[in-house]
Ligand binder design. Sequence first.
Ligand code: PGA
Length: 254
Amino acid sequence: MARKLIIAANWKMNKGPAETADFIAAFLPSAQALAGECDIVIAPPFVSIPSASALLADSPVALSAQNASEQEKGAFTGEVSTAMLKETGVHHVILGHSERRSIYGEGDQLINAKVKKCLAAGLHPIFCIGETLEERESGKLQEVLRRQVSGGLAGLSNADMSTVVLAYEPVWAIGTGVTATPEQAQEAHAFVRTLVGEQFGKEVAEATRIQYGGSVKPSNSADLMAREDIDGALVGGASLEAESFRDLIANAVA
Ligand code: PGA
């Protein structure tokens, strides 16, 4: 099945509103041409979302948040609700990123609650999974991915899954410059697709897009995206400069 590529910029804690505006001004002209071949998403920090939203209106680039609260509203200091994100023009939400899991202690159950909250608000989760180096080296890759997929996507319907994008990001490859080889990535992606199939059936598994993340850059995006089960990329470092993000996408769709 032909799955359209989806390439997302995860800016993490980089770029306030002014830098966001500069990036979009530089990036948008090339995005128009590339967007026919590939869904393009930008995930700025919360405070830059209104600026990005105004500048991306009527453009083919979709806006994403990097997190969302699992709560509706009220006394949750520091949190941002799905309704607020919706109001500011957000389309996707990155959930379960390894930095949220490891630094902020988010577990499968909380991530699952966030996924459901986003779906209820009509937001599209980019649901991240991936193993640490220690887990990979001790032979636990499949066990970890199985736990993350079954926990994070528990209770979702097949219809829900049509709006969910998965991102396989081996933790040892994030921000380290070490990329999984296309073979390693493909092998993990094929396994993740099997897991989705076990949970939701073959048809859903075939239709679900699975991004690869972890040191994707212009020089390796083509090779990674050429693999059968790799349907896009979640990009940190190489998405911070408009030129680099543009080249990465151009090479991926070439
Ligand atoms: P990186 O980050 O591209 O800088 O490795 C990817 C991510 O964390 O989503």
